[in-house]
Design a binder for this molecule. Structure first.
Ligand SMILES: Nc1ncnc2c1ncn2[C@@H]1O[C@H](COP(=O)(O)OP(=O)(O)O)[C@@H](O)[C@H]1O
Ligand SMILES: [Mg+2]
Length: 373
């Protein structure tokens, strides 16, 4: 297979076990995001793939050729990889074109320059060829770093939090441009990020790396968001509302209504996690559970509303306060009765009787088969 294949990789620094039997496969032309919290071992996996770190256990294969196993180590410059790390530092004393041709050493100079100019043209930077890095904006420098990594036509591109240095406005635009460039290059890309939104935006498939150093779930962005198979995965995307309950008659009763739980045994103790956008608020409706609005926060494209369930709701004290995400402007009139209901599509149920910490096994309402590896 053309692309990157990481098979059963484990890694420890001293007695700090960082990766535990992590595997992933990226065919040419695909972009896989490795998503996990800070310190979960994302950079370590990237460094192992690049050959910047010695592999102790497992195997790394690029275009059907083993480049690392415990006995063998192909050095980074012979792996056919392009690298772009968090601080994508360009060489300050070199012009932009010289930065881009840097990785093309060994090619005839005019051929290298032609390739570099083509790449600069592709990202609309040809007119900056003779500028120096300090003359460019952060976004422009990032673009140059990307094409510098791609110019030698690597088989695999490794990106470590490539957008974290950019401000919010710039980030959206650069992400999109980067995707266009990557898709037209047909390279297999492994991108590491701790930002779930970024992973959702960029990835063909997402791999979730948990603190135990193993991959907890992999799938298309939609599967990861709507069918998290672990509590840990569900919670990666931000605030969750949580209720405890018990499966009865194939459902779990929550203060907001019943949630179907057909795949879980009767009487099983569970927790129900509901995304803020899964709570529906209505005014002057006979449906739903009465709530009191505590505050609303405009986030730009949507609002976060904090509401409180009444004492009659039956909710435990710690479960009474809820977060609701709504897309329209929400200005509740004090006189109006506000009620809350739930959209089960955004509700996930996990048994609490066999959870071994954050990364324990979990079940959603309808478990999905994992993407074929
Ligand atoms: N060179 C190193 N020597 C010792 N420990 C390291 C080294 N690099 C990373 N670590 C440790 O390994 C763990 C994972 O780090 P890293 O791979 O950088 O995580 P992430 O990129 O997900 O934030 C952390 O606990 C970190 O302190
Ligand atoms: Mg890192």
């Amino acid at each position: 297979m053309k692309g990157l294949h990481i098979i059963g990789v484990s890694h420890a620094y001293g007695d700090n076990q960082v990766l535990d039997d992590a595997s992933l496969m990226i065919p040419a032309g695909e972009l896989v995001c490795l998503l996990g919290p800070s310190g979960s071992g994302k950079t370590t996996l990237l460094r192992l793939a690049a050959g910047l770190e010695r592999l102790h256990k497992g195997r790394i294969v690029i275009d059907d050729e083993v480049v690392a196993d415990p006995e063998m180590h192909v050095p980074p410059e012979h792996r056919g990889i392009g690298l772009m790390f968090q601080d994508y530092a360009l060489f300050p004393h070199l012009s932009i074109i010289d930065n881009v041709t840097f990785g093309l050493i060994g090619q005839p100079q005019d051929q290298a320059r032609r390739r570099a100019m083509d790449m600069l043209d592709q990202v609309g930077m040809a007119q900056h060829a003779t500028s120096h890095p300090h003359m460019l904006s952060g976004g422009q420098q990032q673009r140059i770093a990307l094409i510098r990594a791609l110019a030698p036509k690597p088989k695999v591109l490794l990106l470590d939090e490539p957008f974290s240095g950019l401000d919010t406005n710039m980030r959206g635009q650069i992400r999109e441009e980067t995707l266009t460039v990557l898709k037209s290059s047909g390279v297999a890309t492994l991108m590491v990020t701790h930002d779930p939104e970024e992973a959702m935006f960029m990835a063909d498939r997402i791999k979730i790396l948990g603190f135990g150093g193993s991959i907890l779930q992999s799938g298309r962005p939609h599967e990861i968001y709507y069918h998290p198979r672990h509590e840990f995965v569900a919670k990666l995307f931000g605030l969750m509302n949580r209720f405890e309950g018990v499966v009865e008659g194939g459902c779990v009763e929550t203060p907001l209504g019943k949630i179907p739980a057909k795949d879980l045994g009767e009487g099983r103790p569970v927790e129900v996690l509901i995304r803020p956008e899964g709570v529906m608020l209505e005014s002057d409706s006979d449906n739903g559970t009465p709530v009191e609005v505590i505050s609303t926060h405009l986030l730009g494209h949507d609002n976060i509303v904090r509401v409180r369930l009444s004492d009659e709701s039956g909710a435990k004290e710690e479960e009474k306060e809820l977060y609701v995400r709504i897309h329209h402007t929400f200005e509740p009139e004090l006189s109006k009765r506000i009620t809350a209901g739930v959209d089960p599509e955004y509700a996930f149920i996990f048994p609490t009787d066999d959870l071994g910490g954050m990364a324990g096994a979990g079940y959603t309402v309808s478990p999905q088969p994992e993407a074929a590896e």
